[in-house]
Design a protein around this ligand. Structure first.
Ligand code: AMP
Length: 226
């Protein structure tokens, strides 16, 4: 069961691989709250850059609002900066790597940081389930917490408002149907090579992601315990 905060030094770092809408953000939030993980979500890092309205942010916005992937070099730089700020805590990489190139560079980064406690978890879920989840997904426009209006577990207490900070819950612009099709297509084109990469390193675990969040988290923690 959850609620047990275990020692941090016996947990592996997690690479979470899943199609859009599979629940990576929600599951990561649980791992942060209950197990002390640090959440490194490239989607959030990119949206943060957009929110700053810098020249780079505007460039990224043009790409990701259409459902396409941000350039590898930009994403890698953001991840590296974030990893440098983490000290002695296990982390979850959510949404990274999304290309084989990113997986290869990540491996070099791990070598550089002397990190070898890694598990890559693939959340296996069918397309109909994720489309339904995405239809109900809302995120807080302030703290980015993820909700789902169709799920008893993930509904906000007060409709339209974030439980954490009172921010307004909004639909993500890239969650519209046409953009979702593009995001799925890109995911399908890349996922096999990424899974093969971690399979060949014997670091891949496949977990069905159609049960409850607590069940999925329990299974992930089983894999992550050293
Ligand atoms: P997410 O919040 O993980 O669904 O990511 C939202 C969007 O950010 C994706 O559809 C991509 O456009 C972009 N993005 C997130 N992570 C990456 C990545 N590792 N590489 C390239 N683009 C990314």
């Amino acid at each position: 069961m959850l609620n047990v905060r275990r020692g941090l030094d016996n947990l592996k770092n997690i690479i979470l691989i899943a199609p859009p809408g599979a629940g990576k953000g929600t599951i990561s939030n649980y791992l942060v709250e209950h197990y002390g993980y640090v959440h490194v979500a490239t989607g959030d890092l990119l949206r943060c850059e957009i929110a700053m309205n810098s020249e780079l942010g505007q460039e990224i916005d043009q790409i990701i609002s259409k459902g396409y992937l941000a350039p590898d070099d930009i994403v890698i730089k953001l991840v590296l900066k974030k990893l440098e700020q983490i000290h002695n805590k296990p982390f979850i990489l959510d949404g990274f790597p999304r290309t084989l190139k990113q997986a290869e560079v990540l491996q070099e980064i791990f070598l550089q940081f002397h990190l070898n406690n890694i598990t890559a978890v693939y959340l296996d879920v069918d397309v109909d389930t994720v489309l339904k989840r995405i239809e109900g997904r809302r995120i807080c426009n302030q703290c980015q917490k993820v909700y789902n209006i169709y799920s008893e577990e993930l509904k906000p207490i007060h409709e339209g408002l974030c439980d954490n900070c009172g921010g307004v819950l909004v639909k993500r612009s890239d969650d519209e149907k046409e953009k979702m099709k593009i995001r799925f297509q890109i995911f399908k084109e890349n996922v096999e090579s990424i899974l093969n990469f971690y399979q060949s390193r014997k670091e891949l675990q496949v977990i069905p992601a159609t049960t409850s969040i607590t069940d999925i988290v329990d299974k992930i923690i089983n894999e992550a315990e050293v």
